[in-house]
Design a protein around this ligand. Sequence first.
Ligand code: FAD
Length: 392
Amino acid sequence: MKNKEEMLFSADETKFREALREFLEREDAKKIEQEIYERDFYPRELYEKLGEEGFLAPVLPIEYGGRGKLVYEEILAEELGAACVPLAWIHSTSSYAYATIARYGSEDQKKRYLPAMKRGAKIGAIAITEPEAGSDVMRIETRAELKGDEYAISGEKRNITNGSRADVLLVWAITNPEVDPAVGMSVFIVEPGAEGFEVVKDYKLLGGFPGTVNSHLRFDGMSVSEADMLGGPKEGAKIIFDELSVERALYAAMLVGEAGPVLELAVGYSKEREQFGTSISRFEGISFKIADMVTKLEAAKLMVYHTARLIDAGFDAEKESAMSKLLASEAFYEVAHNTVQILGGRGLSDEYPAEWAFRMARLSMIPAGTNEIMRFIVQREVYKEHKGKKGR
Ligand SMILES: Cc1cc2nc3c(=O)[nH]c(=O)nc-3n(C[C@H](O)[C@H](O)[C@H](O)COP(=O)(O)OP(=O)(O)OC[C@H]3O[C@@H](n4cnc5c(N)ncnc54)[C@H](O)[C@@H]3O)c2cc1C
């Protein structure tokens, strides 16, 4: 008989999760996370070890050493989120990049990039956002101009997670300004460092965002070959929306993972802490908070894995991935917010991870599309589905 958690997963998926947990414990990932908060470093070595042990990129097709299913990649994102948040953030952007290359890349591109990304030897990042184009991704201004058989990329990208550290960047640019961006946009696989590429600045976000940077990048005529275009010249917009669905599902899985240990802390602390001669867990003001936290987090987790199953089965899951990201970030925020409250004054000190989790949870409502945009997508899809039906 499976336990309750295993009801959701196949035996092989559970085996993958257990092996991963064992690895992260053996490597003391939680302790490394703590060290990163104390002296902000980048856990690239541990990321490479994950690759060496074969845990990275399970979403890749079997012929590239993967398991061909997003659900495994979500398990990986969730477990990394629970064990070591900065490590999870390296995995997050890298996974968005390799999943997209696997889906749209030519055989030559897949051979050139996927094995090294799977080993963890190369990390990836996604460059969509620009100073003047955030939520409205169709308004990007970065241009890629064809000169002979090379494209020259010019423009700026902002808010790119690990952008200055990535070995493989997916860069969206307008290739045909004469037509609507829906058909005039393309995406390129770019290896940073060549002439015309500049890191303008690495930002530290809310509370420092330890172990991660958020980069502002500039391209000034950087040359990329025609062979580095991912998909066709008119496919940039289609690939953005496809990439964002996968990104949101994976991002939400990471947030569910991040919230888990915070919830554990709240439950454990509330049992131990006594006031008015009894454990504070006996006060409904505390225990009902725990009930809400668990309920919302479990709902988010179910949505996250439901989305992966839909994508794995070939469905368009734009609505479900938006709901996953919305639910997971709001559940994480509620868990972190209530944990600070349950820990009282200690919750605000750096003696406990609650205050840091609170900052990360607040941050989580903006990347991968803001929560307003998630609500916009969900209602748009609902009204689309309702089209042709009668009202009251
Ligand atoms: C930690 C972090 C990591 C990120 N990583 C990456 C990355 O790796 N790659 C990448 O390309 N980008 C990345 N981003 C960028 C992120 O995707 C954008 O910040 C986000 O899409 C919002 O864009 P903006 O910040 O320009 O805000 P804006 O689009 O300017 O929005 C400002 C406000 O207006 C609201 N708003 C805008 N349009 C609407 C609307 N139609 N309806 C209702 N409200 C609306 C927004 O919700 C928001 O509250 C990252 C951002 C963060 C914070």
